[in-house]
Design a protein around this ligand. Sequence first.
Ligand code: SF4
Length: 429
Amino acid sequence: MSKNKTLNLISLGCAKNLVDSEILLGGLNKTDVTLTQNPEEADTIVVNTCGFLDIAREESVDTILQAAELKKAGNLKELVVMGCLSERYPDELKKEIPEVDRIFGSNDHRQIVSFLTGKEFAKDDPLFFRSLMTPNHYAYLKIAEGCDNGCSFCSIPLMRGLQKSRTIPAIMDEAERLVKNGTKELLVIAQDSTSYGWDLETKVYLSDLLRELNTIKNLEWIRIHYAHPAHLSQRIIDAMAECDKVCNYLDMPIQHASDTILKSMKRGLGQDGIRNRIHRLRSAIPEIAIRTTLIVGYPGETEDDFNSLRDFVEEMKFDRLGVFTYSEEEGTGAAHLDDNIPRQVKDDRKNLLIEIQNEISLDRNESFVGKTLKVLVDQEGENVSVGRTEYDSPEIDNIVHIQGKVDKGNFVRVRIESANEYELIGSIV
Ligand code: SF4
């Protein structure tokens, strides 16, 4: 059994994976393992992998291979792999990279800590309390795991299984502890947050959870990620409008806007349905910033399909937009379709949408010049600090440059003096 191990945890992939890493860190913090940020100093490395999309898989495999090199060189004694990629391809990983000592799934926190420390945990031990890897003032709040939707292009249900929602009391307990420790913004995440609670024995809805979270004292912002347009009900929109802590923000991946492609993707809603949801959102919450994500180059995507998507982007003027090129995922419904759009066409379509969005973003940002906005400071600097408005999520959205030094985690009022596509620049009022 190891004493005084020095461990480096490498967390790859999305915010849901980050929460898993944070739970593991919380467990490790209860042991005599020393944590290091430097893989070369470590005698144990845990890689929390991502298995969704080819680039993410490559990054995960490359990271494991780099760690394997350290093992061959002699410093590293133990290499452990967890997360989505290891859920999906455990045998292949073990066979191809024999330096890996153990492979675990995404939720095997107790087993991993037991393996690393030799300490046993009872099956009914409560989950370890997370040790945040984000700045303390914001934290992701995972409200469910898995997904029932079966979108044709997506392998996440194959890795994470069907939806399992947490109960409202369990989520509230975690949220209250986070806020007591200084968290001011909670970012609600799940594979499909708008389906939250449907699978519980006593069915609840995201709207019920939002109303509960909204009562937490000293919590300032609640931000919702990963809404599915087909499941964005009026009851959720009403709760968002009513709850003063819920940011005027929604991350709602629509994936495409051509009816033919949406049908093949099994998204459960055509273009008119998506338009209707966006209109309902904007009429209930006029200031809302909508972030969306799109896939271009899906099998069989014709010029007409793409034009329909491009026109929709121009019409809807999303506030934030991410574009992915289609990549075939083994075992998914779309994998039997011919991935027939050439790489170059996929890239051109992606670039064209990004260009259109840049103009929309610039217009949007310029409309803030002269206004005063509430900003949460994420990074303090000697001359310039960096923060975000309620219209922006960390890491993926816009930032605000604030003249002068402001302490991280504080809210300040900033008068916006200039803007570009992705940034606002201003001074404290
Ligand atoms: S909603 Fe669709 S894209 Fe999102 S995780 Fe579920 S199956 Fe995948």
